[in-house]
Write a protein that binds this ligand. Structure first.
Ligand code: OAD
Length: 238
């Protein structure tokens, strides 16, 4: 078995590394208002609050370690005979810590971006509203994170991968945020087999050909092993 595999990952993949998801009970969006911490308007209104939110998340991510699901995906990327493209909505950098490479469509916590000139540089552990862009010297440093109302990164490349993949998988994502939630339809339209791996069913489960339900550290290594041993994508998972 071969063919390109595209895998979309979300916060559920990192949940068992101790990083909170957004929409599960007690998740980040139950504790913070999206409009306050994840929109350009919120940042313009109160940059100190937004920096404090991402500084805390940057610290948590720095302390977190990849789990068995991240490790399995890195293994798949190294051993699969064709390309394995990881497209992540996660900003925690755990794919890279596990030895994989990923397309970061929502940015990354370790990055800083100048809101004035678009220059990028490595973020310090604590960002402040006074931070200056090292390129244009404007005091306009922001986390290199895609906020609501902004266009996710690398969409052209992602679309191309979705159009010529043999398998599309979505792991640990609730399917509530577009454009990522629309990837399954795009891949299916191009003839890919689609599979969802998640703790529970999601609002877009019906769009997938098959489902593996359970914690990522259990179902992802099993799915990866079945692919690598040629055990067929059609293994009857529950
Ligand atoms: P969500 O919090 O919306 O969804 C997490 C999904 O992971 C849910 O469907 C959970 O059931 C599932 N889940 C939880 N624990 C799991 C586990 N141990 N194993 C497997 N699955 C588990 O997070 P995302 O879908 O990633 O964007 O959210 C998408 C985007 O919305 C984020 O990138 C972020 C957020 O607002 C921005 O900040 C722009």
């Amino acid at each position: 078995m071969s063919g390109k595999i595209v895998i979309l990952t979300g916060a559920g993949l990192s949940a068992e590394s101790g990083l909170g998801t957004f929409r599960d009970e007690g998740g980040l969006w139950a504790q913070h208002r999206i409009e306050d911490v994840a929109t350009p308007k919120g940042f313009a209104r109160d940059p100190r609050l937004v920096h404090a939110f991402y500084n805390a998340r940057r610290q948590q991510a720095a302390e977190a370690t990849p789990n068995a699901a991240h490790d399995a995906l890195a293994r798949l990327q190294q051993r699969w005979p064709d390309e394995v493209i990881l497209v992540t909505q996660n900003v925690d950098g755990l794919h890279e810590k596990a030895g994989a490479t990923a397309i970061h469509m929502h940015g990354i916590l370790t990055g800083a971006l100048c809101a004035a000139c678009d220059h990028r540089w490595p973020a310090p552990s604590e960002m402040t509203p006074q931070d200056m862009c090292p390129h244009c010297h404007a005091p306009a440093a922001r986390p290199d994170i895609v906020w609501f109302g902004e266009i996710p990164y690398h969409m052209e490349a992602i679309d191309k991968h979705l159009q010529d993949c043999a398998i599309f998988a979505a792991i640990g994502t609730s399917g509530q945020v577009y454009p990522a939630a629309g990837f399954v339809a795009e891949a299916a339209q191009s003839g890919a087999e689609t599979v969802e791996l998640n703790l529970d069913r999601t609002e877009i489960s019906r769009a997938f050909d098959s489902h593996h339900i359970g914690p990522a550290t259990d179902i992802v290594p099993r799915w990866v092993d079945s692919l690598l041993t040629g055990g067929a994508r059609r293994l009857p998972f529950v």
